[in-house]
Design a protein around this ligand. Structure first.
Ligand SMILES: *[C@@H]1O[C@H](CO)[C@@H](O)[C@H](O)[C@H]1NC(C)=O
Ligand SMILES: *[C@@H]1O[C@H](CO)[C@@H](O)[C@H](O)[C@H]1NC(C)=O
Ligand SMILES: *[C@@H]1O[C@H](CO)[C@@H](O)[C@H](O)[C@H]1NC(C)=O
Length: 355
């Protein structure tokens, strides 16, 4: 884990904040983000905002507190050293905001800071993963039919319905789309693409915007505790649009080959090492409408429970008819050399995703 000390600069700052845009939620009270309400605990110099909810708070969004006007703090300033950590690392749990009615199925704020939402002209297309401040990996299927000029990437996004997160999301347009040259739809193979943003406008690393590591081609990692996470298309239009999260394990290659051969789904695929199979419990997220949404499959680095590699990209929805789930993923490690080459050709720094 990438720890950092929370320096509560905000407590030293002005206590006469601007309240122009805040919603009134009671006498002398306004809705403000939790971090900006001086109600909470100081433990070892660290400020823990009070996230409990009272009746008054119910007049505010779930990311806000109904705060006495004199208690409103300025936006906390984040010290420079908190802005980056090694690839696949993430920041202290401090930032982990949870929605109301949290059921362990939503990713918390900043939990997977490399998660990127890929949008077409207006609609959400799929999820992707940030590998450098200038490059995002997703599936070829996601972007093949979109006009490149209209594709937008949102990093650091969490609740796609509002803009109240403690750190803002960042939006960039795509200047180049690199679809794998051997990508085919039938059979579905080499389903991977690199999306590049303008060199002049890289994503700024922040607690909610960090790259994930890419596995070296020959890596053997412990696949037993992996996660998928991303937004679900059917959530768009709701009051809260949060990325989901699910734990999975990756099947060894021989078992994957057998399962694919036995399943109707698999026979339509180039069933070889360019695919990964993931199993686990069934759930709404993995058995719902995630079909083709490219959600990243993230597995821990060996020896680090809390740093991740991008192991796969969902290429075909799980088979959910049996007791156990079967999901088919692009095996990202096999594309490492291609990704390195394409980035190097453009003089882009690949150290961001190297372990
Ligand atoms: C695409 O397939 C051809 C023929 O199998 C192979 O020679 C080439 O290396 C592949 N391209 C990439 C980028 O893997
Ligand atoms: C993988 O991780 C799990 C859980 O941490 C552990 O029980 C298992 O022994 C590990 N397997 C290998 C091959 O390291
Ligand atoms: C395995 O992948 C290669 C491309 O790398 C493809 O040409 C071949 O058809 C695949 N094998 C099978 C059995 O589908």
């Amino acid at each position: 884990m990438c720890f950092y000390r929370i320096v509560v600069i905000c407590l030293l700052g002005s206590l006469v904040p601007s309240i122009a845009a805040s919603k009134v939620c009671g006498p002398e009270k306004h809705c403000v983000p939790y971090e900006q309400c001086n109600e909470g605990l100081m433990v070892d110099g660290k400020f823990y905002p009070d996230r409990s909810r009272t009746t008054l708070d119910e007049n505010c969004h779930y990311m806000e507190k109904c705060c006495n006007i004199p208690d409103k703090l300025p936006t906390p300033k984040i010290p420079e050293e908190m802005m980056s950590c090694p690839c696949g690392g993430r920041h202290d749990l401090w930032y982990y905001l949870r929605p109301l009615g949290y059921k362990q199925q939503e990713a918390k704020f900043g939990e997977f800071p490399w998660l990127v939402a890929v949008y077409g002209s207006d609609t959400y297309l799929c999820s992707g993963a940030l590998i450098t401040p200038l490059a995002v990996i997703t599936t070829a299927h996601c972007v093949q039919n979109s006009e490149m000029e209209k594709v937008r990437l949102l990093a650091g996004e969490w609740d796609a319905a509002v803009e109240l997160e403690p750190q803002p999301h960042q939006q960039r347009s795509v200047v180049e789309t690199l679809v794998h040259p051997n990508y085919t739809q039938m059979p579905l193979a080499h389903n991977i693409a690199i999306l590049l943003v303008d060199k002049e406008k890289p994503f700024q690393l922040a607690p909610n915007v960090q790259p994930i590591c890419l596995p070296p081609p020959r890596i053997m990692y412990n696949y037993s505790q992996c996660y998928v996470s991303g937004w679900q298309r059917s959530d768009f239009g709701r009051a809260a649009i949060l990325p989901k999260r699910w734990t999975l394990y990756v099947l060894p290659p021989d078992q994957c080959r057998t399962k694919l051969r036995l399943s109707l789904l698999g026979r339509r695929h180039a069933h070889n090492d360019s695919l990964l199979c993931a199993g686990g419990d069934k759930g709404d997220f993995v058995c719902g409408d995630v079909d083709m949404t490219a959600v990243p499959l993230m597995c821990p680095l060996s020896g680090h429970d809390d740093r991740f590699h991008l192991a796969g990209l969902l290429t075909r929805t799980a088979r959910c008819d049996g007791p156990q789930l079967l999901g088919i993923y692009t095996n990202v490690k096999l594309y490492r050399q291609w990704i390195d080459l394409k980035l190097r050709e453009r003089n882009l720094d690949i150290r961001h995703y190297m372990v």
